[in-house]
Ligand binder design. Structure first.
Ligand code: HEC
Ligand code: HEC
Ligand code: HEC
Ligand code: HEC
Ligand code: HEC
Ligand code: HEC
Ligand code: HEC
Ligand code: HEC
Ligand code: HEC
Length: 371
């Protein structure tokens, strides 16, 4: 009898232990947070209150309200919880943190993004923005200025969003760009073929733009699209513009600098010296820097005393022809159609005579031997 009751007790204990373990396992597989890390509901228990706020040491009011809907609608959505980013907050109520001012809190906080986006974070450290931030100007952008934090959206959809992001701080350049052939097509038609700011400058590794090396590399940035037949045929734009540039005075020297002295400023013209940078217009637009009426001025920036006949003599992006650049065309034609053929034919005739002479000579020798 005693034995029976002990074994029944044993079974009850085993069943209870089993039930506890099972409950724990089910809880884990259902993804319930381990007890020491608070879940989103815990944080929102206080932070969903619109009135929750704090004051920085400099007296700025900072709302501590968190909009759950914005967070749910963000790219992080349900994948990243509060403590996924705020991994420094392990308990609640959490310790009070000193906050000098709004901007220094933002700068301290953006490194939270690094936990999952370390590649982008590392890349951004070399950018001109990071350098400026460190040395001179706290207004240079950090992750959260361009992307937000609780409301992060796809940064490149629609494509206009990219340039709008930069516009927040580079407004005059953006305004210029919107009037350009590229910017107009982007903002009015959401045209995906034209460049946005990041196509020319990069995204997280943006470098200073007014340097010798950025300048000397810039023709290849344009060429990336302007030699692409598939893109350019849609707009009936020539894809020879790069090659013709590389074949003329300016392009030959800039290539020489690019290869040999990329950090020395080259004064010969790159694409943007003639076309403009952020305000590029089609050549048939009267306000274009390469419109016929403005060309004397454009070349005159570097060629003192340039006049109509100077610009007329230039063949532009066209290969020389009898109508345009007659002398160059004539020299090339003479070379191709006269000098080369005459030399080749002359050489062949010379070899022929030589060969005949050698044969006669050999025949005579063998006649002498047989005698
Ligand atoms: C019991 C209420 C309460 C809970 C729960 C709570 N907070 Fe707070 N939180 C506050 C208050 C109050 C402040 C303002 C403290 C101050 O004035 O410095 C604050 C400040 C913050 C700040 C601002 C900067 C800082 O570190 O002080 C962050 C970020 C924050 N909370 C995140 C969280 C997260 C994430 C959770 C969940 C893990 C959470 N909070 C849970 C009340 C709460
Ligand atoms: C994708 C990362 C990320 C997630 C997810 C996230 N936060 Fe934040 N949060 C930040 C960053 C970064 C800041 C600092 C931003 C700043 O002020 O410049 C911040 C700031 C805050 C602040 C200070 C007030 C403010 O607006 O600056 C509170 C409070 C806060 N978070 C609470 C929460 C709570 C609660 C959740 C979950 C419901 C949450 N956060 C989810 C990244 C995140
Ligand atoms: C806990 C990890 C984690 C943290 C911390 C985090 N993210 Fe993310 N982030 C993700 C994941 C996962 C995705 C992918 C979501 C998807 O594609 O559905 C993502 C996507 C993104 C995207 C969209 C990428 C795309 O391809 O369109 C941006 C932008 C982004 N995060 C910015 C940030 C910023 C800014 C911060 C800091 C405030 C941050 N993230 C912090 C995990 C994180
Ligand atoms: C100057 C504004 C700016 C800053 C600062 C910035 N980003 Fe971005 N980021 C962008 C833009 C614009 C895009 C989309 C560009 C495109 O697709 O052309 C992007 C794309 C992304 C993407 C998706 C594409 C990819 O390369 O993986 C992630 C993730 C991202 N950023 C995270 C971050 C993080 C983390 C930081 C901070 C270290 C940061 N960004 C800083 C503007 C910025
Ligand atoms: C939060 C403000 C802010 C945003 C957003 C921002 N920038 Fe900047 N940017 C700055 C500041 C500040 C500087 C340094 C001062 C200066 O040269 O204007 C700078 C410098 C630059 C430079 C170097 C300028 C030079 O003189 O060589 C380039 C190029 C640049 N930014 C491009 C971009 C692009 C492209 C974007 C969008 C992806 C962008 N910036 C978004 C603030 C911003
Ligand atoms: C078609 C390529 C291209 C596009 C698109 C472009 N840039 Fe530039 N950007 C350049 C070049 C090339 C330079 C260097 C110009 C020079 O040598 O003066 C430059 C210079 C700059 C500079 C520094 C010099 C200055 O003029 O102040 C900033 C800042 C800048 N760009 C920001 C932007 C922003 C913001 C956008 C989008 C609205 C943008 N860029 C779009 C090619 C481009
Ligand atoms: C991302 C691709 C891309 C890059 C990079 C690019 N362009 Fe363009 N460009 C285009 C497209 C597409 C059009 C046609 C837009 C339209 O007509 O709607 C165009 C139009 C032009 C036109 C007007 C041509 C005409 O006859 O209408 C000029 C000039 C021009 N680009 C010069 C440049 C220069 C100079 C650069 C480099 C600083 C450059 N582009 C960089 C895609 C690009
Ligand atoms: C010395 C000045 C100069 C330089 C340098 C220059 N261009 Fe041009 N470009 C012109 C002029 C002038 C025209 C208009 C007449 C013509 O087509 O020759 C033009 C026309 C164009 C057109 C319109 C062609 C069409 O079919 O509608 C494009 C695109 C273009 N250039 C792009 C470039 C690119 C890309 C570079 C650099 C690789 C470049 N240009 C370098 C002066 C220049
Ligand atoms: C950014 C400055 C710049 C612009 C703009 C520019 N050039 Fe030049 N160009 C040069 C330099 C520098 C040389 C080399 C001068 C030398 O070696 O004496 C040169 C050389 C030439 C030459 C070779 C003959 C000579 O004088 O050495 C011709 C022809 C020429 N450019 C025509 C033009 C025409 C036409 C335009 C306008 C459509 C133009 N250039 C715009 C800088 C420029």
């Amino acid at each position: 009898m005693k034995r029976e009751s002990t074994s029944r007790l044993n079974i009850t204990i085993a069943a209870l232990a089993g039930a506890i373990i099972l409950t724990f396992m089910i809880a884990r597989t259902l993804g319930a947070a381990p007890p020491d890390i608070p879940g989103d509901e815990t944080c929102l228990g206080c932070h969903a209150a619109k009135s929750l706020s704090t004051v920085t040491d400099k007296g700025e009011l900072l709302s501590l309200y968190v909009d759950k809907a914005a967070l749910d609608g963000s790219v992080h959505g349900k994948q990243v919880g509060c403590t996924g980013c705020h991994s420094d907050i392990k308990s609640y109520p959490h310790p009070k943190r000193s906050m000098v001012d709004r901007r220094s809190f933002a700068i301290e906080s953006y490194s939270l993004c690094q936990q999952c986006h370390s590649v982008v974070y590392q890349k951004a450290l070399d950018s001109v923005h990071s350098q400026v931030l460190k040395t001179q100007n706290q207004n240079a952008p950090i992750c959260t200025d361009c992307h937000g934090y609780h409301n992060v959206v796809k940064p490149d959809t629609p494509k206009t969003r990219v340039s709008q992001t930069c516009a927040n701080c580079h407004r005059p350049i953006f305004d210029n760009y919107v009037g350009s052939v590229h910017g107009k097509a982007l903002t009015t038609e959401d045209n995906p073929d034209v460049p946005v700011c990041t196509d020319c400058h990069g995204i997280h590794n943006i470098k200073e733009a007014r340097t010798a090396s950025f300048r000397i590399e810039s023709p290849e940035v344009c060429a990336g699209c302007h030699t692409n037949k598939e893109i350019m045929s849609k707009y009936n734009i020539s894809t020879d513009v790069y090659q013709t540039y590389r074949n003329e005075f300016h392009g030959i020297t800039t290539l020489y600098y690019k290869v040999n002295f990329p950090t020395i400023w080259c004064y010969k013209a790159v694409c943007t010296d003639c076309h403009g940078v952020h305000d590029i217009k089609p050549p048939d637009d009267p306000s274009s820097s390469v419109a016929k009426a403005n060309l004397v001025n454009t070349c005159g920036k570097c060629h003192e005393g340039a006049n109509q006949s100077f610009t007329d003599a230039w063949t532009g992006h066209l290969p020389p022809s009898p109508e345009k650049g007659f002398l160059i065309w004539a020299a090339q034609a003479a070379w191709a159609w006269f000098l080369i053929p005459v030399t080749v034919v002359g050489m062949l005739v010379h070899i022929g005579f030589d060969w005949r002479k050698a044969r006669q000579h050999r025949r005579r020798e063998s006649e002498d031997e047989s005698r």
